[in-house]
Design a protein around this ligand. Structure first.
Ligand SMILES: C[S@@+](CC[C@H](N)C(=O)[O-])C[C@H]1O[C@@H](n2cnc3c(N)ncnc32)[C@H](O)[C@@H]1O
Length: 267
């Protein structure tokens, strides 16, 4: 990996394990309760280096993982948390070369993970209904990658209107009413393709599952949640941490099949 350059994000760890996400800019400084750190003391150095703050404290500078960036980035819409992103990427089988239709783009956190998983040979088309959220997403994606990659297309509109020309291998929806996308998916999600939705409440899941079942076009429908419990490991105190994220969302995954007599994929 190359040395830190101006313009890229950097994560600073203090002696107590607290973290600070900054964007490196020549001539800028980062201020915190233990003093001031000059960005120029980081730019040009390799990640993992120690940097000194003006009051004598030391911090470690590293590139943020995508999970760090997701949790720490300023956001417009609520983001998908890393524990759920990991499960979505695995169970929606987001693989190199796949064409993914995503909505809503929101803050772009899930988009970044989808891009990583499809790789350079894949494509992500991410649709967002709200132009202001779309703007935030552009800033956050550029903030992590430095640019909008060629294999990402950001569209403003309703995802339901974007199935036909994309003809996706995977549909990944983090939005309140994904059931409106079931019929378009029956028509335009490639046979064998996967429909994945992330929803916060049980009634939403019920509505989606009803619509998926009624379409008669999906198999392997499953809904689950991911519980992630951190442990404290300090000397002899080795136990689950006192705090835990109680609830984020339910992940529903279903796989499209072609009904006999409709091998061309149409309803
Ligand atoms: C919870 S946010 C998505 C967050 C995003 N997954 C992330 O990780 O940053 C939900 C977004 O869906 C958008 N949305 C709602 N319905 C939509 C639709 N039918 N088509 C496109 N976007 C939609 C909302 O405007 C909102 O920005």
């Amino acid at each position: 990996m190359t040395a830190f350059a101006a313009g890229e994000p950097c994560l600073l760890y203090d002696a107590k394990g607290r973290t600070y996400l900054i964007r490196l800019e020549a001539g800028s400084e980062f201020q915190y309760h233990r003093g001031v750190v000059q960005h120029d003391d980081i730019i040009g150095r390799d990640q993992g280096c120690f940097v000194a703050a003006s009051m004598g404290s030391k911090l470690v500078a590293v590139r943020p993982r995508l999970a760090d960036y997701t949790i720490k980035m300023p956001r417009g819409a609520a983001v998908v948390y890393p524990k759920d992103t990991a499960a979505i990427v695995m169970w929606a089988d987001i693989c190199p070369g796949a064409t993914v239709l995503e909505a809503g783009t929101g803050s772009g956190a899930l988009t970044l993970a989808l891009l990583r998983a499809v790789g350079g040979s894949g494509r992500v088309v991410s649709v967002e209904r709200r132009a202001d959220h779309g703007e935030v997403a552009i800033q956050r994606i550029e903030g992590f990658l430095g640019h909008i990659p060629d294999n990402l297309e950001l569209r403003i509109g309703d995802v339901e209107d974007n199935f036909e020309d994309v003809a996706p291998d995977r549909v990944v929806l983090d939005m309140p009413e994904p059931w409106h996308s079931v019929r378009p998916a029956v028509r335009h999600l490639r046979p064998g393709g996967i429909f994945c939705s992330y929803l916060p409440t049980v009634p939403q899941v019920q509505e989606l599952r009803r619509e998926l079942a009624a379409s008669g076009s999906f198999i392997e429908e499953t809904t689950f949640e991911v519980l992630h419990r951190e442990w404290t490991v300090e000397g002899r105190s080795v136990r689950p941490s006192h705090r835990m994220q109680g609830h984020t969302g339910f992940i529903t995954v279903a796989r499209r099949f072609t009904r006999p007599g409709s091998e061309n994929g149409s309803e």
